[in-house]
Design a protein around this ligand. Structure first.
Ligand code: XBP
Ligand code: MG
Length: 222
């Protein structure tokens, strides 16, 4: 079998630069609730905690506030409703559409492994007209532990029915890289706006743009 048999895509920061939209949605909801605002600088640090609910909880506990006094689940649900409304502005990252087309032309299967929810993934795919591209979605709300734990990549492999050696993961963040590596995958890392400078050690391929990732070159790495 030619390698790779499947590409497994991360979502936020990989398929699209969605983190600025998540941040805008978080801040809109915090403003409505009369709470704090997150700066871009602060959000970069907070992104080391994957998962929006977990991120809000981390912020509250780091400030020494009582977690029970904040409706974390409600704030997060409101953030995702607001986020869905912002997706009209989103486009795929540079090179992603060509990579998908190249993989499809070569018979390479396409899947998703993400920390965000299935609902957010479906909304994003709809916004960019890619509803029918991926055969499976492994999402953060389907597994016990989010990235950097390997769970979501292991779920993606089970959904595909393929061993880790047969696949390549595409990621933007250190947490995602760690997750895919812990699941035994090779990883192509292309840092995004909020994950640049995270550290790339362990990546099999380090990219400045997904436009630099060519199917023919991947075939030679088999
Ligand atoms: C990145 C994340 C997510 C998003 C927000 O996920 O850490 O938590 O910031 O998503 P990935 P939710 O790069 O793996 O797609 O608020 O839905 O958790
Ligand atoms: Mg990501």
């Amino acid at each position: 079998m030619p390698w790779p048999e499947a590409l497994i895509f991360d979502v936020d920061g990989t398929l699209a630069e969605t983190e600025p939209l998540h941040l805008a949605a978080f801040n809109a909801v915090f403003a409505q609730a009369g709470l704090w605002q997150w700066s871009e600088r602060e959000y970069r640090t907070l992104l080391t905690t994957t998962g929006g609910k977990e991120r809000i909880a981390r912020y509250i506990t780091e400030h020494g506030w009582d977690l029970d006094r904040y409706p974390v689940a409600d704030l997060h649900a409101a953030k995702n409703r607001h986020y869905a409304g912002l997706l009209g502005q989103v486009t795929l990252r540079e090179g992603i559409a060509e990579l998908i087309a190249g993989a499809q032309a070569s018979g390479i299967r396409l899947a998703i492994a993400t920390t965000t929810s299935q609902e957010n993934v479906v909304a994003l795919l709809h916004a960019v007209g890619a509803e029918d591209v991926f055969e499976s979605i492994a999402a953060g709300d389907m597994v016990a532990e989010k990235k950097p734990a390997p769970d979501v990549y292991l779920l993606a492999l089970r959904q595909l029915g393929l061993p880790a050696e047969a696949c390549l993961a595409l990621e933007d963040s250190r947490q995602g890289l760690r997750s895919a590596k812990a699941a035994g995958l090779r990883v192509a890392l292309c840092p995004a706006l909020f994950t640049k400078g995270d550290g790339a050690s362990g990546a099999d391929i380090l990219l400045e743009s997904f436009a630099d990732l060519k199917i023919d070159a991947l075939r030679e790495m088999a």
